[in-house]
Design a protein around this ligand. Sequence first.
Ligand SMILES: NC(=O)C1=CN([C@@H]2O[C@H](COP(=O)(O)OP(=O)(O)OC[C@H]3O[C@@H](n4cnc5c(N)ncnc54)[C@H](OP(=O)(O)O)[C@@H]3O)[C@@H](O)[C@H]2O)C=CC1
Ligand SMILES: O=C(CO)COP(=O)(O)O
Length: 343
Amino acid sequence: MEQITVLGAGSWGTALAIVLADNGHNVKLWGHRADLIKEINETRKNEKYLPGVELPNNVVGFSSLEESVVGAHTMVLAVPTKAIRDVLRDLSKMIQESITIVHVSKGIEPDTLLRISEIIEEEMPSHLLRDVVVLSGPSHAEEVSKRHITTVTSSSKNMAAAEYIQDLFNNQHFRVYTNPDIIGVEIGGALKNIIALAAGITDGLGYGDNAKAALITRGLAEIARLGSKMGGNPLTFSGLTGIGDLIVTCTSVHSRNWRAGNLLGKGQKLEEVLENMGMVVEGVRTTKAGAQLAHKYDVKMPITEALNDVLFNGKSPKVAVDTLMARGKTHEMEDLVNIMENR
Ligand SMILES: NC(=O)C1=CN([C@@H]2O[C@H](COP(=O)(O)OP(=O)(O)OC[C@H]3O[C@@H](n4cnc5c(N)ncnc54)[C@H](OP(=O)(O)O)[C@@H]3O)[C@@H](O)[C@H]2O)C=CC1
Ligand SMILES: O=C(CO)COP(=O)(O)O
């Protein structure tokens, strides 16, 4: 059994701490708010992020980052993407030996357009970083924490590291696959949040299941077009971290991205929506990054661009949908076929 540190005591960090604890590991769960950590240690609950869920005794909360990392050579990074650089900078000052970082965040950094594994490689001194692994897939924390059946994918440039993480997390409720395509896995996991926001918007506007199916399918087409051009394997997008995560995020009330989109579709302003959500809505930043990536790689991403106009350029959701539907006619598969032929 191992000593593992989970960095980030929100919904996902806490749910993954439960999975690891169920597998017999000793888990140190670090959160930057002392009151939340006190609640976790005194009540075995994290009511804000996972109401009603009891934490196993082998999950111990820490509000000191320094104390939380003692004795661990594997760390799960489960903070929102905008906090990752700060946490890594602090972390690198507190460890002496090299570690494996498993990141579970779904986003792309605007402007730098870096994937999370690239940010980790940039921020961590190379002598302190053994491997970077991403664990991603259709997995709402609310269900994982209740031990409902879930499947995810472990991916790394080093397959031995991906398999090590597969072994660490895999259990009867939480089945872990491996995939060597870290680019495809990270792009699928990040960009599905854009489509989930859009699916929430069409639901909020009162459109039905046909619109939802259209968004999931055409959303997948634009994610695969971009991801393939960035070097991802086109097949990855038909896997758990592609279509799998699109389905679960676009169709579930658990999804914060879907819920935020739904409120936008009903007429609320973005600032108001984010203020009331109380949890991270990764798709907002990632939409900005997605539109920048579409431009950089010269790939058509009409849904991403339409959402970018709604979020940042004041376009109304209804006008954005109308504009999408009024675009010139096109072939369903042509762009992806061209990209694959030119690889
Ligand atoms: N929830 C889910 O089902 C899943 C989430 N993910 C991904 O996991 C990542 C984390 O999301 P999730 O746990 O859901 O988010 P939550 O909003 O539930 O929790 C985020 C946690 O990170 C903390 N935090 C914020 N900023 C910092 C910082 N600078 N330093 C340290 N801690 C910080 C928050 O603290 P505070 O209380 O102060 O805000 C909060 O405890 C996201 O990228 C998300 O896409 C992936 C799969 C499933
Ligand atoms: O990534 C998730 C499920 O796989 C969680 O999605 P949200 O961040 O939209 O809640």
